[in-house]
Design a protein around this ligand. Structure first.
Ligand code: PAF
Length: 284
């Protein structure tokens, strides 16, 4: 496994490897878990060469305290990547990713997509995600890039970015990996106590309820309402939102019957930890 910090070195190495071979990129912020394993596995299945990037991107943190405490576990991450036969790791410094002054970093506006749900609660977050993903895709120029379905709105943002800028890369989404309790894996779960983890699994239970109702013919808005009511019975969960949206436009699914695809998306605090999760109804 080759580990690079310098852009020139990773670029030269990747262009040599590319010679007739397909390249998959798995962008991460480290603190790797089984959800990332699934991304790597998918990339390894599809491509001759798999590159994982590890970079905690400051521009996507709207809360400086969140950035400060974000887990940084490079040694363990490299061990996991080695054990998975990852070919290349790119872990650039802030200086490499953002050589320009902070105030002059490009801002991206995704319209409606970055104004709702996560965009509403985390202003500037998706601009930061778009900027860093555009940088990574341009730096590595992979054939395919892999992102988890857990960050469903991020996935929609990245698909739009790639489409609008004609970036020659295929975006592959990988299903959510869950604990036995249903809790979606996240780097943030390590801050939850055992009891909080149990409480947090209620988010998935609420999403499952919404899906069961919707599958059974209940309209999206009514299914959403019942799922919210179920979560309201758990005082340890501080709900920010639970919405039924179109998984591409992220427009709210109104109570005008069933649409082709619906995602129920939730964000809530359990203790001090903010968690997100979602469930998709039709093939997306
Ligand atoms: O999903 C993540 O870990 C990050 O948002 C990403 C895509 C690596 C960009 O920093």
């Amino acid at each position: 496994m080759q580990v690079f910090q310098e852009l020139d070195l990773v670029r030269t190495y990747v262009s040599e490897q590319k010679n007739g071979h397909s390249v998959g990129l798995v962008p991460t912020m480290g603190a790797l878990h089984d959800g990332h394993r699934a991304l790597l596995k998918a990339s390894k299945q599809d491509n001759d060469v798999t590159i994982c990037s590890i970079y905690v991107n400051p521009t996507q943190f709207n809360d400086p305290a969140d950035l400060e405490k974000y887990p940084r576990t490079l040694k363990e991450d490299l061990e996991l990547l080695e054990s998975m036969d990852c070919d290349v790791v790119f872990c650039p410094s802030d200086q490499i990713m953002y050589p320009q002054a902070k105030s002059s970093v490009v801002q991206l506006d995704f319209g409606q997509l970055d104004k709702v749900l996560e965009g509403h609660y985390r202003p500037g977050h998706f601009s930061g995600v778009g900027v860093v993903v555009a940088k990574l895709l341009n730096m590595i120029q992979p054939h395919r890039a892999y992102f988890g379905q857990k960050d469903l709105q991020q996935l929609a943002i990245i698909r739009k970015l790639v489409q609008d800028f004609f970036m020659p890369v295929e975006i592959i989404s990988v299903p959510i990996v869950r604990e036995a309790s249903g809790l979606a894996l996240s780097s943030r779960n390590q801050w939850l106590s055992t009891e909080e983890k149990q409480q947090a699994s209620q988010l998935y239970q609420a999403l499952l309820l919404a899906k069961q109702l919707y599958d059974g013919g209940v309209k999206a808005a009514a299914a959403r309402k019942q799922a919210v009511q179920q979560l309201d019975q758990h005082p340890d969960i501080r709900l920010e939102y639970l919405e039924a949206v179109d998984p591409i436009s992220f427009r709210s699914v109104k109570d005008d019957g069933q649409t082709e695809a619906v995602a129920f998306c939730v964000a809530a605090y359990v203790g001090e930890v903010r968690l997100i999760d979602n469930i998709l109804i039709t093939g997306y």
